[in-house]
Design a protein around this ligand. Structure first.
Ligand code: ATP
Ligand code: MG
Length: 529
């Protein structure tokens, strides 16, 4: 068997990984200058955190999450397996007594763990705890009855009730429902609440980076394990200047990375006052279209009319574009507060010299967004051209059980796509070659070479020190193939003269230098040291 990486995930190899490091390093530096600190969030959370915050109506929650049931007590789980496998028989008293005792034992264990909150108290588990004892008593009665009457009917009922016990056992949940994180905001907000960060002065400004997981159809720029660099601002203020500052930080990052052709689109999608009114208008318009003899809308959009009508605006289907252009627009339905907020965001962007496009169809796929939404597209990515999405989510902290009136705004950059775009634009090469290939010949030279390599590395040079002695010609050939800039040669002659021979591999020029001169020479050649 040959192992391969699973579907939709990939290895990031050198030299590409050097570009990833540059992107992440630059983000850290830029974010630091805006007063953001890093938060490291876990890769998995309770599934409910995501269903609550991201929303049931989204693609992410309805079909893209990698979810699993944890097994907190593997022994209990195995025990349950044998109970389900060994069903009681009505004729065999001893077997039944043993079965009954074991099932009761299982239910006691389950009940103990649930009451100590070591296992989730799902409706299914609670049903197992309350109903199984009754069912067992009923089975016992039937067994007694059968002993006297041998009635076939009683036997059939016995089998049926034993089946009920089996079903209750099976449904009991012996671990939490967990999911690999499909996005980062929910975790950041969970952490903000869990650690009482609302008492910190000013706005809490956090950034994170790392893998996210969504079960999507893999294609260029769309993976099942992909990476995001995200940032969030949480606090009591929703001043439009915060929105502009966050967007300004993004644009600064893209500028520093020399990402050309990035386009910022913005929109406001209203708040809990004005959006519901708009949504009803939108839904009504969509229902009208749906009920026409030939609706001209695809299956996805039709099903979203009920679940998430805003997402219809997201549709990229050619056949739906003309219809969407005629739909009611949120911009015509914003309340005075939202309108004022949106106008001020635009003014604040202009104050910062940030160019933007307005796009009334820009809605975020996640339920918790409100007011400002934005997206940045970059060239070279085909239809997967969004490198960053973000927006305001003022209700989320309260929704997840935190202090009401906490506001939030954030974004997530798709690192995979950002890297792809940089590569397409020819900004993808990061030089990380060898400065020195240190060829040594003889045991005494090896000892000296080990010391020299240590000092060269301390000075910041990238040094390859062969682990075994390699013949001269072969050694220099290898230095060439490794694309080293210099070969430093150390043999008995050099040792005796207290020098090394340094050879510039590009043109073959060489000289003999003592160590201090060697360091100075390499510094001048490489700009390091
Ligand atoms: P899209 O419309 O492209 O599916 P999205 O609305 O699902 O994007 P968000 O949840 O806002 O994306 O995530 C922010 C960014 O993360 C996106 O702009 C994109 O760059 C990146 N991203 C999202 N899903 C993937 C994926 N499966 N593979 C690679 N990058 C992704
Ligand atoms: Mg998506």
């Amino acid at each position: 068997m040959k192992f391969q990486a699973i579907k939709g995930v990939r290895d990031i190899l050198p030299p590409e990984s050097a570009l990833w490091n540059r992107v992440e390093q630059t983000a850290r530096e830029v974010f630091r200058t805006f007063g953001f600190s890093e938060i490291r969030i876990p890769d998995a959370e309770h599934t409910e955190l995501f269903t609550r915050s991201v929303g049931e109506g989204t693609d992410i929650v309805s079909k893209e999450m990698f979810s699993f049931q944890d097994h907190e007590y593997p022994d209990l789980d195995r025990f349950r397996g044998t109970l389900i496998f060994h069903q009681p028989t009505i004729e065999d008293r001893m077997q039944f007594d043993l079965y009954k005792a074991q099932v009761s034992g299982f239910v006691n264990e389950l009940s103990k763990h649930v009451s100590k909150r070591e296992l989730p108290s799902t409706p299914e588990s609670l049903r197992a705890i309350t109903e199984i004892p009754t069912l067992l008593a009923q089975l016992e009665n039937m067994r007694e009855q059968y002993r006297e009457t041998a009635s076939e009917q009683t036997r059939v009922r016995f089998e049926l009730y034993a089946g009920h016990v089996r079903d209750r056992l099976r449904a009991a949940q012996l671990g939490d429902n967990l999911s690999l994180r499909p996005e980062g905001t929910a975790s950041v907000v969970r952490a903000y609440i869990e650690h009482g960060m609302h008492v910190l002065p000013g706005n809490v400004k956090l950034y994170y980076m790392g893998p996210m997981f969504r079960r999507e159809r893999p294609q260029r720029g769309r993976y099942r394990q992909f990476y995001q660099i995200g940032a969030e601002v949480l606090g009591t203020s929703d001043a439009p200047g915060i929105d502009a500052e966050v967007i300004g930080m993004l644009m600064t990052l893209f500028e520093q990375l020399k990402l050309k052709g990035a386009v910022l689109s913005i929109n406001s999608i209203g708040d809990s006052k004005c959006r519901p009114v708009y949504l009803e208008k939108l839904r009504a318009a969509l229902v009208k279209i749906r009920d026409q003899p030939e609706p001209q809308m695809g299956h996805d959009s039709l099903s979203r009319i009920e679940t998430n009508p805003l997402r219809v605006l997201d549709s990229k289907l050619e056949s739906e574009q003309a219809i969407i252009e005629k739909l009611p627009r949120i911009g015509d339905h914003l309340c005075a507060d939202c309108r004022g907020h949106y106008d001020e965001v635009k003014r604040q962007l202009t104050l910062r010299g940030i160019a933007y496009q307005e796009n009334w169809r820009l809605v975020r796929g996640l339920d918790y967004y409100m007011r400002t939404t934005f997206e940045i597209t970059a060239p070279g990515l085909g239809s997967q051209n969004a490198v960053c999405g973000g927006g305001r989510y003022d209700g989320l902290v309260e929704l997840l059980g935190g202090p009401a009136a906490t506001k939030g705004i954030g974004f997530a950059i798709g690192t995979d796509r950002l890297v792809l775009s940089l590569q397409e634009a020819g900004e993808g090469t990061v030089q990380e070659g060898l400065d020195v290939y240190l060829a040594w010949f003889g045991a005494a030279a090896q000892a000296a070479a080990i010391g020299l390599a240590k000092r060269l590395r301390e000075a910041g040079f990238v040094v390859e020190l062969p682990a075994i002695e390699i013949k001269f010609g072969k050694s220099l050939g290898l230095a060439d193939r490794l694309k080293a800039r210099h070969a430093v040669i150390l043999g008995d002659d050099e040792l005796a003269a207290k020098v090394v021979t340094v050879k510039r591999l590009a043109d073959g020029s060489q000289k003999k230098l003592a160590e201090p001169e060697l360091l100075a020479y390499l510094s001048a050649e490489t700009g390091k040291g």
